[in-house]
Write a protein that binds this ligand. Structure first.
Ligand code: C2O
Ligand code: CU
Ligand code: CU
Length: 482
């Protein structure tokens, strides 16, 4: 399909198109031609029927990220949909109200195609509503906006560029994960939205391959978080900035009531540093620039990485995401309730809850590993078998120099504990560990413990890093519920 993303010649994109979606009108912003997948709205308790027709030239799957569905409905790589074939799925919607998403999950003998297929355009949002959330009367309709953040690089001919194959540069990009030069929101560059002086609900999905965002408001107001991956929090959390890793969602509440018509406020991703060798930051971007400027370090290291790439590896520039132009005055002054969800589960952890440890490691030139292993199809090791109805603590230990957003399929978990031996990075203050999650960011030299319970369904699920280049390179494994 050809869609003009930027002015100029159209770029080739792959997109999900829906023949029929039963449900209320969508609120995907901004409206108009784009590659973003259609917004699917579901109600908790309903049954869903999906037919997927694969019109792509290669295998794909459709994975319902964050949803508690049976293994056979989970769009796992072991269940590929071949070109020119169809498959039908059905499942019950049992998850809490929240923003989830769907994306491809193919992985063949030569590696994964999640990064490429998502980059080409295959990703879409899915909202679950329920009565408990409705009772809170949060902003909806025109004042509930779904924002999918993705970064893309365009060639001079306006083609989407992914990793050029071959060469050290490509290898380094695969190690680091792909970062695009521009941010698109719902497939559009320079996203802008006209708003009135009222509260809005912004539902963000980081659909980027590897970029982490440090969300903040251009006028310095606090970022008010009302929900995470698995739905609403028990109470709002306010931060100067909020960290959003790939695959994570965040639900924000913002009141433009203190802004005058004619003004505008930007949602931005602030500049941040990650440090090269870990949380402690042995060398940061300023130091590296200094060394390069004084000629003490080459602008290119043996053709492996150029300056831009090295800077990127150590953090990110400031990026403008969406401009909210306040154009109209409105008089209803709604306030945000200080008590939100009442249905969040209490911690299921007991003194004797078993702990399972996963070490994130690196193999030079071969990418990242989990407990020394990489993806090997639907096979599990002894330490990847879990019991149905059991609660466990999983401990992710990051022994690498990069952060990894770790994702577990088929459930939502609670973050129990985060221990940072490497000190705090610029992104730590913006981490929201409260609430339910399906993806948790684990920084270098950090241990993060999550509590999860394997309910209802036996069989294979997956756990992996959601840096898409990492998972495609094998930082992904199956686990089995028995
Ligand atoms: Cu977003 Cu294995 O998934
Ligand atoms: Cu998933
Ligand atoms: Cu990773």
């Amino acid at each position: 399909d050809k869609v003009a993303i930027l002015p100029g010649a159209p770029s080739d994109v792959w997109r999900y198109t829906a023949e029929r979606i039963v449900g209320p009108e969508d609120t995907l912003m901004p409206v108009g031609e784009s590659y973003a997948g259609p917004l699917i709205r579901l109600f908790r308790g309903q049954r869903v029927h999906v037919r997927i027709d694969n019109e792509l030239p290669e295998d794909t799957t459709v994975h319902w990220h964050g949803l508690h569905v049976p293994p056979e409905m989970d769009g796992q790589p072991r269940l590929p949909i071949a070109p020119a074939t169809s498959t039908t799925l059905a499942f019950d919607v049992v998850d809490r109200a929240g923003l989830y998403w769907y994306h491809p999950h193919p992985h063949g003998p030569n590696g994964g195609r999640v990064g490429f297929q998502s980059y080409a355009g295959l990703a879409g949002p899915l909202i679950i509503n329920d009565d408990a959330e409705r009772a809170l009367e949060l902003p909806d309709g025109e004042r509930e906006l779904v924002l999918i953040l993705q970064d893309r690089t365009f060639s001079n001919g306006n083609e989407l560029q992914y990793i050029d194959d071959g060469g050290m540069g490509a290898m380094m990009t695969r190690m680091q994960g792909f970062r695009g030069e521009r941010v698109l929101v719902n497939g559009h560059p320079d996203a802008r939205r006209e708003v009135s002086t009222q509260p809005y609900r912004l539902r963000l999905l980081n659909g980027s391959n590897s970029r982490i965002y440090k969300l903040a408001w251009s006028d310095g107001r606090a970022v008010t978080v009302i929900g995470t991956d698995g739905g609403l929090l028990a109470k709002p959390e306010r931060r100067r900035s909020v960290t959003l890793a790939p695959a994570q969602r965040i639900d924000l509440w913002v009141d433009f009531g203190d802004t005058e018509p004619g003004d505008s406020v930007q949602l931005v991703s602030e500049e941040y540093q990650l440090g090269m060798m870990g949380g402690g930051g042995m060398m940061d971007r300023g130091m590296m620039d200094g060394l390069m400027d004084r000629g003490m370090m080459g602008d290119r290291m043996d053709g492996m990485m150029d300056r831009g790439m090295m800077r990127d590896m150590m953090g990110s520039e400031r990026l403008s995401l969406v401009t909210f132009a306040v154009v109209a005055r409105a008089n209803d002054a709604e306030t945000l309730p200080e008590r939100l969800a009442q249905d969040l589960p209490a911690s299921p952890v007991q003194a004797d809850t078993p702990v399972r440890r996963f070490e994130l490691g690196m193999r030079m030139m071969q990418g990242f590993t989990i407990n020394g292993r990489q993806m090997e199809g639907a096979t599990v090791a002894d330490d990847e078998i879990v019991r149905l109805a059991q609660t466990e603590i999983w401990e992710f230990v990051n022994n690498t120099m990069m952060p990894h957003p770790m994702h577990v399929h088929g459930l939502q978990f609670l973050v129990q504990e985060r221990i940072s031996a490497g000190g705090k990075t610029d992104l730590h203050d913006g981490i929201i560990d409260a609430g339910l999650h399906d993806t948790v960011l684990v920084f270098p030299e950090e241990r993060v413990r999550i509590a999860l319970t394997f309910k209802d369904f036996e069989g294979f699920y997956m756990y992996h890093c959601h840096n898409m280049e990492h998972e495609d390179a094998g930082m992904m494994r199956y686990f089995k519920v028995v």
